[in-house]
Design a protein around this ligand. Structure first.
Ligand code: PLP
Length: 376
């Protein structure tokens, strides 16, 4: 049996968690939390990183920090996870869904321009599979219209666009440490703040709307209610687990990249034969091998191959149902422009098993079964 995913574990996480327990501090922003935030700030070169309970929570923080109000509009791809939209819907915004580019499954910048109105406040881009969006074009459009740029970099840690880390290009960005992501702690996330003017407010919103963070640093002698807020901290137990993953980030990245390359090499002949399409990585992007997907001729063939792999004890997965076709998507959003690629490309996409330590043998197995499917 080859599962689709296995949560990443190095082995020494248990010792870090033990240290937290003996140190008598389990709540957020402790020693391990600070270590993780510092690692993110230095590794990615960003102004400020805050650990959050999830990427979903970090996205909610971005909606609060950009002061999204009822009636505001936010532009994003329809091909994304529900949290990308929900964070803004919770603030009363309506979503303007736009099409993707088929080569990367990332937002089509040309489609953004057409979706902007006088009510538009923000553009949210999603770096699908850890492959960077066309950020130069997105930033130009955002500057022209005075819009916030938020990167949903849930899948993008350790990837770059023109040498800059994903998550450090827009005003704000979010990362996920869910157990399906490259670096995990079960449930967890981070908010990256690249616009320094937002740091103080972010710390307050994260701490239930109080200036408790300043109090803990000894900058003030009591803390009070200053702003709207919620509890957006990551437990120190989770941070301990995460800190070990960060220590081994290069090793995890190289292992995944190796597996990704093995798939790409092993399936290349099927692309040359025109049977399937392999992922495209733009020249300006370095990716983190978050995902290996192939595209079949159509939905029927995708489902047939998936079934064939399942019969052979291999779990392959489909991905997002375009949000504009979902019940809530119709209620809270609108697809602007033509759905040229979102539906057709998502219908024929299949994700193959890929996780830290999957091993060459398992990938060989998957590749051979796919070859076998096309021979018969
Ligand atoms: C995983 C993911 C999320 C949600 O992350 P959580 O940490 O589970 O909240 C949001 N957006 C994208 C693009 C994702 O891949």
């Amino acid at each position: 049996m080859i599962p689709f995913n296995k949560p990443c574990v190095i082995g020494s996480e248990i010792h870090a968690i033990q240290q937290v327990i003996t140190a008598d501090k389990l709540s957020g922003n402790g020693e391990f939390g600070k270590k993780c935030m510092k690692w993110l700030e230095e590794q990615l070169t960003c102004e400020k990183a805050l650990l959050t309970p999830s990427c979903t929570a970090a996205l909610e923080l971005t909606a609060l920090l950009t002061d999204i109000q009822p009636g505001d509009e936010v532009v994003m791809p329809s091909y994304t996870f529900v949290s990308t939209a929900n964070a803004f819907v919770l603030r009363g915004a309506s979503i303007r869904f736009v099409d993707i580019e088929p080569s990367t499954m990332n937002i089509d910048p040309q489609a953004i321009e057409r979706a902007i109105t006088e009510h538009t406040k923000a553009i949210v881009v999603v770096h699908y599979a850890g492959v960077g969006c066309d950020m130069d074009t997105v930033l130009t459009i955002a500057n022209n219209h005075n819009l916030w740029v938020i990167e949903d970099a849930a899948q993008g840690l350790m990837s770059t666009y023109k040498g800059e880390s994903l998550g450090t290009i827009g005003h704000l960005s979010t990362i996920s440490f869910h157990d399906t992501k490259n670096y995990t702690c079960g449930e967890g996330g981070a908010l990256l703040i690249n616009d320094a003017s937002l740091i103080e407010r972010a710390e307050m919103i994260q701490e239930k709307g109080t200036n408790r963070s300043q109090f803990i640093r000894g900058e003030i002698d009591k803390y009070t209610w200053r702003d709207v807020g919620s509890s957006y901290l990551l437990s120190e137990l989770n941070a301990a687990y995460l800190s070990v993953q960060f220590q081994h980030a290069n090793e995890i990245n190289q292992n995944r990249r190796h597996s990704w390359a093995q798939y790409n090499h092993g399936l290349m002949n099927l692309q040359l034969d025109g049977a399937i399409e392999l992922p495209t990585i733009p020249n300006v992007c370095e990716h983190n091998a978050h995902m290996y997907y192939i595209k079949l001729e159509n939905e029927m063939e995708r489902n047939q191959l998936r079934q064939f792999l399942k019969q052979n004890h291999i779990t392959a997965a489909t991905h997002y149902v375009p949000l504009h076709t979902a019940h809530a998507g119709k209620q809270f959003g609108l697809f602007v422009g033509e759905d040229r690629y979102t539906t057709t490309e998502s219908d024929r996409l299949l994700r193959l098993p890929l996780y830290y330590g999957i091993g060459e043998e398992a990938i060989n197995d998957v590749v051979n079964k796919i070859q076998q499917y096309f021979q018969s």
